[in-house]
Design a protein around this ligand. Structure first.
Ligand code: PEP
Length: 255
């Protein structure tokens, strides 16, 4: 009932010409009927979005896309910011919010993350709300409490109707870009706790419909184990998403 989602976070990589080349390769490789079973998304830098939109619209590609961040404001004197309205106008479906690199390098706390989640909904964008613990928290066994608390913070004042469409990404900070992937069991432990919390915040029915992704050093040789977990509905892929061949294999769950 939950359609798997594989979303590629390109981070600050690829200019708009390189973006076109990558999306063309993905579209060519993923253009078969099996691909109705998985939703494939790319999350390029802002400067690439117009090129990706032109390609996706022009060739009617079955790839969706989104931004890696957005402003909590809707418009005005906020130099350097990009609004939800701007992303929506570019045809974005998704926007990642609360990625650990934003939390770490831009000091985004749960309050900012929540303001951005609300901004996304004002412009009909689907937030991919990222949560995850760092290594000391995991070593102390606090991963579930930490991630549940970030989930609560991000979803403050988000209605049941809005929450139905959210995507949650569990991304342990110690696994991002390190090559150290969580075991499928470790990822499942946190993802099932997140789903249980969603059921408490909303209803079991709403929680059962929300897609929860795992992110952190996902590759074609570990995706199958991750996808086999009952509470994991896809992956947020960083480094491996800018390698067309590898990303295509991940989208095929390693086959
Ligand atoms: C990410 O940036 O969200 C991520 C999961 O990165 P990587 O796959 O490179 O660990």
């Amino acid at each position: 009932m939950r359609k798997p989602l594989i979303a590629g976070n390109w981070k600050m990589n690829l200019n708009h010409l390189e973006a076109i080349a990558l999306v063309q390769k993905l579209a060519f490789a993923l253009n078969d009927k099996d691909f109705d079973k998985v939703e494939v998304a790319v999350l390029p830098p802002f400067t690439d979005l117009r090129s990706v939109q032109t390609l996706v619209d022009g060739d009617k590609l079955r790839i969706v896309y989104g931004g890696q961040d957005l402003s909590k404001q809707d418009a005005g004197a906020y130099t350097g910011e990009i609004s939800g309205a701007m992303l929506a106008k570019l045809g974005c479906t998704f926007v990642t919010i609360g990625h650990s690199e934003r939390r770490q390098y831009h000091h985004e706390d749960d309050e900012v993350v929540n303001a951005k989640v609300r901004a996304a909904y004002r412009h009909s964008l689907t937030p991919i709300l990222c949560v995850g613990e760092d290594l000391p928290v995991r070593q102390a066994g606090g991963q579930v409490a930490h991630c549940v608390s970030q989930l609560d913070g991000g979803l403050r004042e988000i209605s049941e109707e809005q929450a139905k469409s959210i995507v949650v990404a569990y991304e342990p900070v110690w696994a991002i870009g390190t090559g150290e992937v969580a075991t499928p069991q470790d990822a499942q432990e946190v993802c099932s706790a997140l789903r249980a919390r969603l059921a408490e915040l909303y209803t079991s029915e709403v929680a059962a419909g929300i897609r929860i992704l795992y992110g952190g050093s996902v590759k074609s040789d570990n995706i199958a184990g991750i996808m086999a977990q009952p509470d994991i509905d896809g992956a947020l892929v960083g480094g491996a998403s800018i390698d067309a061949g590898e990303y295509v294999k991940i989208c095929r769950f390693g086959e």
